[in-house]
Design a protein around this ligand. Structure first.
Ligand code: PGA
Length: 254
């Protein structure tokens, strides 16, 4: 099965409900290209409203994080079932900002991936190296390890529905994106890593690039053979910019 490109907007800690509604309304009213799946991940506080607003639209809903337990005394946390209840299809897991500011380690990330699948959510697993790791020539080692840890516990039938986002940390929010070639090489490596567990499934897994994706550079990534879409932060807060990134992922008809 060919991999359908996926473009995901990660709104991070931006937008009140009113602002989120304004942004989502612009997306819903625009002409979205066929052949590209589009999702937005508003903050938790706006999920219910945006879910209602997206009813009948092809734009899918995602959350930015999730807790792994189904319920209980976990003050401040949100369970997978609470997200599916609001109509979420996707959830970002292990974003580098969560790893960096909230101490999420690979074990936590793995639990979240498993819990997401167990409740019918599609996890978007984020991996990527820090600048010092890149400079030390450790990109391959770091990224492979991050993927292998999750693969060790994931059943083979969950490899193809999984979405992975390769997000070099030095490229996130810095305006300094990787080159298309560089990103394609690492994404290819991630696919190889998945393939060691199940090659057929690995060929179907969507692997996105994220990190300073803009309308100006989106095509450089979308044209790479291994890259199946984008996880977009800053540029997703502006409907016109986000749509331009989406359009750059339209596959020309064959
Ligand atoms: P950015 O963020 O596009 O603002 O670099 C990407 C991300 O963090 O997912």
């Amino acid at each position: 099965m060919p991999r359908v490109p996926l473009v995901v907007g990660n709104w991070k800690m931006h937008n009140t409900v009113a602002e989120a509604r304004h942004l989502a309304t612009s997306l819903v009213r625009s002409d979205l290209p066929s052949g590209v799946e589009v999702a937005v991940c508003p903050p938790f506080t706006a999920l219910a409203d945006i879910s209602r607003l997206l009813t009948g639209s092809p734009v899918r809903l995602g959350a930015q994080d999730v807790f792994w337990e189904p319920r209980g005394a976990y003050t401040g946390e949100i369970s997978p079932a609470m997200l599916t209840d609001l109509g979420c299809r996707f959830v970002i897991v292990g974003h580098s900002e969560r790893r960096q500011h909230f101490g999420e380690n690979d074990e936590v990330v793995t639990r979240k991936v498993r819990a997401s699948f167990a409740h019918g959510l599609v996890p978007i697993l984020c991996v990527g190296e820090r600048l010092d790791e890149r400079d030390a020539g450790q990109t391959e080692r770091v990224v492979t390890r991050q993927v292998e840890i999750v693969m060790a516990v994931l059943p083979a039938d969950q490899i193809s529905p999984l979405v992975i986002a390769y997000e070099p940390i030095w490229a996130i929010g810095t305006g300094r994106a990787a080159t298309g070639q560089e990103a394609n090489r690492v994404v290819g490596l991630i696919r190889e890593t998945l393939g060691r567990k199940d090659a057929t499934s690995a060929a179907e897994t969507r692997i996105l690039y994220g990190g300073s994706v803009t309308p100006a550079n989106a095509a450089e990534f979308s044209h790479q053979p291994e890259i199946d879409g984008a996880l977009v932060g800053g540029a997703s807060l502006d409907a016109a910019k986000f749509l331009a990134v989406v359009n750059a992922h339209r596959r020309s008809p064959v």
